[in-house]
Ligand binder design. Structure first.
Ligand code: MF3
Ligand code: CO
Length: 253
């Protein structure tokens, strides 16, 4: 069953989402060559505790850190480490989950560090476009796989592939709820969308093969061919004409 959240609960989910988005902004502005992925985790942990918010990933199925940082061929779930330096030319994905008053938010972006070159830049732009297109499809009376297909279409038309083993998800009172939101699918099929459904939509777009492998740390997913991958994520509410992005930083009054 896909939950329909009433406005009062959507407001609480939005609060969790806004803080996740603000945290992501801080991290994006902090990234520079020479720092470690652990440095980013520490900044995130500090920011979230100051705002009175839990890091939703910390301890989730034994996950050891507050955020995920996945670089280049790493697709998702990279574990921050003192040993991993961010370098000029890296494609860095940062994924943050928050929990506030029992409600969850989930957001991710990928950013270029220094000069990443034309082809990686095109991959990055394609991933962004795929997420934007997916949000547009999160409208009442569309179907779930209209969202999925929008992602697949943009990725594949650009000559890239979408990851099949990891998916977006419903979110709200749990980090992961029904339904799964794949990054591929047949348009016009799947559950009919209704206003108040909440999804974390997260395209993962690979430059080469769609195949991924998980490293010995049991978390870090990497592309099977070692080519780069990008990951973008918003938590959205299904609305009449398009999805409402909940993971936007709060506008200052
Ligand atoms: N955004 C990812 C997801 O929804 C991040 C989860 S990381 C984990 O699956 F550590 F919490 F698993
Ligand atoms: Co997610």
């Amino acid at each position: 069953m896909i939950k329909i959240y009433p406005e009062a609960e959507i407001s609480l989910i939005r609060e969790a989402c806004q803080i996740a988005a603000e945290c992501l902004d801080v991290l994006v502005k902090s990234v520079h060559p020479g720092m470690t992925t652990e440095d980013l985790d520490m900044i995130a942990h500090g920011f979230l505790s100051e705002r009175g918010v839990e890091a939703a990933f910390l301890g989730y199925r034994g996950y050891p850190k507050s955020i995920c940082v996945s670089i280049n061929e790493e697709v998702v779930h990279g574990i921050p480490s003192q040993k991993r330096k961010i370098l000029n030319g890296d494609l860095v994905s940062i994924d943050i989950g928050t929990k506030l008053k029992g409600y969850f938010g989930d957001v991710a972006t990928t950013l270029p560090v220094g000069n990443i070159g034309r082809e990686k830049m095109r991959l990055l732009e394609t991933g962004k476009k795929a997420l934007d297109a997916a949000v547009e499809k999160a409208a009442e009376n569309n179907t779930l796989y209209d969202i999925s297909y929008a992602i697949q279409k943009i990725a594949e038309e650009s000559g890239y592939s979408v990851v099949k083993e990891f998916v977006g998800h419903g979110i709200g009172v749990n980090l992961h709820e029904e339904p799964q939101v794949p990054n591929f699918g047949i348009p016009g099929t799947g559950p009919v969308l209704q206003e108040g459904m909440i999804f974390a939509i997260e395209p993962m777009v690979n430059m080469g093969t769609f195949k991924v492998e998980v490293l010995e740390d049991n978390w870090t997913a990497v592309t099977a061919d070692g080519k780069p991958s990008v990951h973008f994520e918003h938590t959205i509410a299904v609305r009449k004409n398009k999805g409402e992005v909940l993971t936007c930083p709060k506008k200052s009054p």
